[in-house]
Design a protein around this ligand. Structure first.
Ligand code: HEM
Ligand SMILES: *[C@@H]1O[C@H](CO)[C@@H](O)[C@H](O)[C@H]1NC(C)=O
Ligand SMILES: *[C@@H]1O[C@H](CO)[C@@H](O)[C@H](O)[C@H]1NC(C)=O
Length: 634
């Protein structure tokens, strides 16, 4: 008896060791064939068990002699791309493979590689199993591949046109007034320390996508619904839960997003029964959200059946409903109701946190870099003048804004802190090995290999970006610094275009968002919105929204880092310019250190309650940003 149990254990152990070793050996063989630098790791960084337990192992491994783990442990820690910086790439160059027993991955900061991968959508698709968690409300454009994706992409892309970009511009202007009132405080004077900037930009982005995407009026604290609102929509805008709900729509949506990771990771049948507060809250949010979305869908179906004309807004839900229930529904009739709700959800998620964080980081970096803020304000004054923002005309200001210091600041934030720091693809498992060419040499990538396009790393790769000496880190170049001015340096790198072979129109904005006098990074070297047919559908919407918000804020205000930690307002009042500069430097150092600790969960942001406190002050009432870095004014 004992011996047969022992035998069984022995057999299982032998089988486990065999699988581990043979898996590793086969992946090492693939790495050799690719002829790229590689490191061998005991567990692959994408291994789920590793991802849950890495925090136990990493400190243990670090107790061993450094030379044993120095060369590979970094890839097993989350956010190595953002936090590790350029240093971790030094031993490898621009591409390296990570070989584990169960998987092999290529990581790249080489623009040529990135171009080939993003251009060949069918050979380098997304690994949709990575996205299964985002299908909880239904399949959608982000989580599908192949012909199913084409169908989703076509029906959603219809809403992303210039007319809707103009609506977004107007609504962003309107909502930014809400943000400013929040930041000025009840007395309307400003000079109040804001620790909730990230939360507030989330509200801003949510209110914008809620209205332009879905016609829903969401409110800032203290606001009330306009009296003439459509009673059907009042239900969603109301701050009190309407009958049949225990939360208002805004609350249900905000909590669903807040508890998104819980909802994604814990099976709902389990979640429902867990006796914890977070479990109850997330369950309640999800139930309410799904209830609202079902009602919203039914309302839209009724509207479309009654032949109601499309609304004068993006009306993404209406667009999807018409694709299925409208008169000309044909190609898209494969769409089911849960797909409609799934796409609505993904557009809210994709369109909200990414934009909010980019805007938050842009505000923060501008507070931290007074010279860049002043340059931006000068452009706002030149382009928009003193006119009331509600009179700004989209067609006439959008191109100048896109060529201004506002767009440069936005680009620079997207370069340093892209919302999606690494874009995951893989070599299609069913299409055989693929050859890519890097610097004239062929490399064979094995079928099934995952490919991580490292946006953070290629966007700081000195090969593609002209550099100058850093002003903050003596002896280094300025690639890790926020320097919007770099977007006005001349570019000698011609943009290499790669033929897509796929000439179909998958929607999204096609026009140029640049003028020739600006720096144009080599194709593949700047990929905050990814590239190719599978790039971000909302790029134009996001840019328009952020530019409008920046223009409205900086037309009348400046943003400064708060210094409460070191000095009271009275103390600052008495300080000389030189003393203020010295004080501000402390806040700047702290700000940089905090931003370096950003991490990526769904998107790159400051997690775990970290924040950079800021203040909104009227232009002319600045305490710091008019006296810091002023040598550049000369
Ligand atoms: C600064 C803001 C934004 C950034 C940095 C960003 C970035 C990205 C990136 C990198 C992808 C590719 C993801 C992947 O390959 O895994 C993507 C996809 C997508 N984004 Fe955005 N995005 C932003 C704003 C928006 C907005 C405002 C919307 C909608 C209103 C949106 C809708 C989408 C959709 C629908 C996809 C999936 C496209 C597809 O797979 O065919 N995004 N975005
Ligand atoms: C924003 O839009 C709402 C609803 O149309 C309107 O009542 C409000 O006055 C607008 N606010 C501003 C500042 O334009
Ligand atoms: C921002 O980046 C885009 C994409 O590379 C580029 O076309 C555009 O010119 C940049 N904007 C500015 C103001 O430099």
């Amino acid at each position: 008896m004992v011996s047969s149990v022992a035998l069984l254990f022995g057999a299982v152990a032998a089988w486990a060791v065999y699988t581990y070793v043979s898996g590793l050996a086969s992946n090492i063989a693939k790495a050799r064939k690719a002829n790229l630098p590689y490191i061998v790791v005991p567990a692959h960084p994408y291994n789920k068990l590793w991802q849950i337990t890495f925090w136990i192992w990493v400190p243990l491994i670090k107790r061993l002699p450094k030379s044993w783990w120095e060369g590979w442990l970094f890839v097993l820690e989350p956010d190595w791309g953002y936090r590790g910086g350029r240093k971790v790439w030094e031993p490898f160059g621009e591409n390296f493979l990570v070989v584990g027993p169960g998987a092999i991955s290529l990581f790249t900061r080489n623009a040529e590689t990135i171009r080939q991968v993003t251009a060949r959508r069918e050979l380098f698709p997304k690994d949709t199993t990575d996205y299964q968690i985002l299908t909880m409300f239904g399949q959608n454009v982000l989580t599908t591949e192949g012909s199913l994706w084409r169908m989703h992409r076509k029906v959603t892309a219809a809403s992303f046109n210039e007319k809707n970009a103009a609506h977004t511009f107007a609504e962003s202007i309107n909502q930014t007034h809400g943000l400013i009132s929040e930041w000025l405080g009840p007395d309307g004077k400003g000079h109040k320390t804001i620790t909730t900037a990230e939360h507030d930009t989330m509200t801003l982005a949510l209110n914008i996508i809620g209205y332009v995407g879905f016609g829903l009026r969401l409110l800032w604290p203290g606001q009330t619904l306009p009296p003439d609102i459509d009673p059907k929509l009042a239900k969603y805008g109301s701050l009190e839960p309407p009958s049949g709900h225990t939360m208002s729509f805004a609350q249900a949506l905000a909590s669903t997003l807040e508890y998104l990771l819980v909802l994604l990771l814990v099976p709902w049948s389990v979640l429902k029964r867990l006796p914890f507060k977070w479990a109850r809250n997330s369950w309640e949010a999800k139930e309410n959200y799904m209830g609202y979305m079902d009602e919203f869908l039914q309302d839209k179906i009724a509207e479309v059946r009654q032949g109601e004309q499309p609304k004068d807004s993006m009306d993404i839900m209406g667009q999807l409903v018409r694709a299925k229930y409208g008169k000309s529904a044909s190609e898209s009739s494969e769409l089911c109701d849960s797909d409609i709700i799934g796409n609505a959800f993904i557009i809210i998620v994709a369109g909200h946190e990414t934009t909010a964080n980019t805007l938050h980081f842009t505000f923060t970096e501008l507070a931290n870099n007074p010279a860049a803020q002043r340059a931006l304000q000068k452009d706002v004054d030149d382009i928009c003048g003193k006119d009331d923002p509600s009179t700004w005309n989209y067609e006439s200001v959008i191109n100048p804004l896109l060529a201004s210091h506002l767009a440069a600041a936005m680009n620079e934030t997207l370069r340093l802190m892209p919302a999606v720091p690494e874009i995951p693809k893989h070599v299609a498992p069913s299409r055989g090995d693929q050859v890519i060419i890097i610097d004239g040499e062929k490399h064979t990538l094995a079928a099934g290999m995952t490919v991580g396009l490292s946006a953070v790393s290629v966007q700081r790769n000195p090969r593609y970006w002209p550099t100058r000496p850093s002003k903050v880190q003596p002896g280094q170049d300025d690639l890790d610094d926020f320097e919007p001015e770099r977007w006005f340096r001349s570019s000698d790198s011609a943009r290499d275009e790669i033929e897509d072979g796929d000439t179909e129109d998958y929607g999204g904005f096609k026009g140029r968002d640049t003028s020739d006098s600006l720096f144009r990074p080599a194709r593949g070297a700047f990929i905050p919105f990814s590239d190719g047919a599978r790039s971000c559908l909302g790029r134009r919407i996001a840019q328009v929204e952020m530019l409008a918000a920046l223009a409205v804020v900086f037309q009348k205000y400046s943003i400064e880092l708060a210094v409460d930690e070191w000095a009271s307002d009275d103390e600052v009042e008495k300080m000389s310019a030189e003393e203020r500069r010295r004080l501000y430097k402390k806040a700047q150092d702290m700000c940089r250190a905090t931003l370096r600790k950003a991490s990526s969960r769904l998107t790159l942001k400051l997690h775990g309650g970290m924040h950079v406190p800021i203040r909104l002050v009227k232009r002319g009432e600045e305490r710091f940003v008019n006296v810091v870095d002023t040598d550049e004014l000369a």
